[in-house]
Design a protein around this ligand. Sequence first.
Ligand SMILES: NC(=O)c1ccc[n+]([C@@H]2O[C@H](COP(=O)([O-])OP(=O)(O)OC[C@H]3O[C@@H](n4cnc5c(N)ncnc54)[C@H](O)[C@@H]3O)[C@@H](O)[C@H]2O)c1
Ligand SMILES: [Zn+2]
Length: 336
Amino acid sequence: MQTRKVSFSRQVTNFYFGASFSGIKNLSSQKTTVLITDENVFAAHKKLFKGYHVIVLNGGEEYKVQATVDSIIQQLIDIKVDRSWTLIGVGGGVITDMTGYVASIFLRGISFGFLPTTLLGMVDASIGGKNGIDLGFFKNMVGTINQPHFLLYDVSFLKTLPDNEWYNGFAEIIKHAAIIDATMFKELEKGSVSFFQKNKPALQALVQRNALLKAKVVKEDEFEKGRRRLLNFGHTLGHALEKQYELMHGEAVAVGMAFAAKLSRDLLGFKSVEKLVNLIDQYHLPVSTHYDKEKAFHLLVSDKKREGEQINFILLERLGKAVSKKISLPEIYKAI
Ligand SMILES: NC(=O)c1ccc[n+]([C@@H]2O[C@H](COP(=O)([O-])OP(=O)(O)OC[C@H]3O[C@@H](n4cnc5c(N)ncnc54)[C@H](O)[C@@H]3O)[C@@H](O)[C@H]2O)c1
Ligand SMILES: [Zn+2]
């Protein structure tokens, strides 16, 4: 096991890499810990939860809502949880987002940690302190920024993760490589999903590299004034498409990255569109999709990142080097 401490503005978070679920008992007493998970993770790993207070939620984004938060809080009250207790989210991003949120508001804040069980959770969702819930049509509309006390990494959970959820996670890994880490980009070109599924040390190293990469970007800009925005690469168009079509987040981001790469070529002379598109395809993700341009444009215009007549768009100067550029709405309209 390898421990890394990352100091955020109000919290030091311990990252335990190469750890196992059983390591939880060294972090907080079983008697004063509540594990929060979803039905799929619970069904696949039932034995591990024995002896713990467990709250099992329905699986899926549609349950990342206030009604679920209320039900968790009611259960915490029934268990008689007080300020000295710890909540641990054991699950994908839906579970860790809600656990972080509940722990931030219950009794005005109690201690919490995460054991992410999806690839996307391990390299992205569980890191950075953003937590919260959806409200109606609006994703992540309500929440706080509050860092967990610890993150425990046990990649053996991924054995039960469906393939399409692996692809989803790889979209964010490819994103990290494209915006910041050209060396990792080359490594990914040599690998494949099935290589990482079969090779535990390589998977562990990849997860750790990506988790620390995200943690570093967040640490430099916890409240998203500058550098953290680079993590939105592929997400501006991606979010617009995800809302409209039945695309998984990773698929939408993949299409968004291919689009942003072409825009980077047209506006900044980015030379590696083909390399990026090939890598996305190599990891079983789409590089284009048929979509309604008017609708997509309309959604882009209503994006959080719009500032007046311009949108902050993340573009690539080269592989491993992203920049944030203000692009005018007509320019974007032309490109899509
Ligand atoms: N806080 C952040 O900074 C941040 C960043 C990115 C994404 N997110 C959020 O994360 C969520 C998406 O996360 P996700 O992709 O992990 O989704 P998820 O939590 O819905 O998990 C995906 C599916 O995999 C199942 N699952 C999880 N672990 C499993 C395992 N080990 N074996 C078998 N099945 C398993 C879940 O039950 C679910 O059906 C979204 O709500 C998104 O908004 C948050
Ligand atoms: Zn994403």
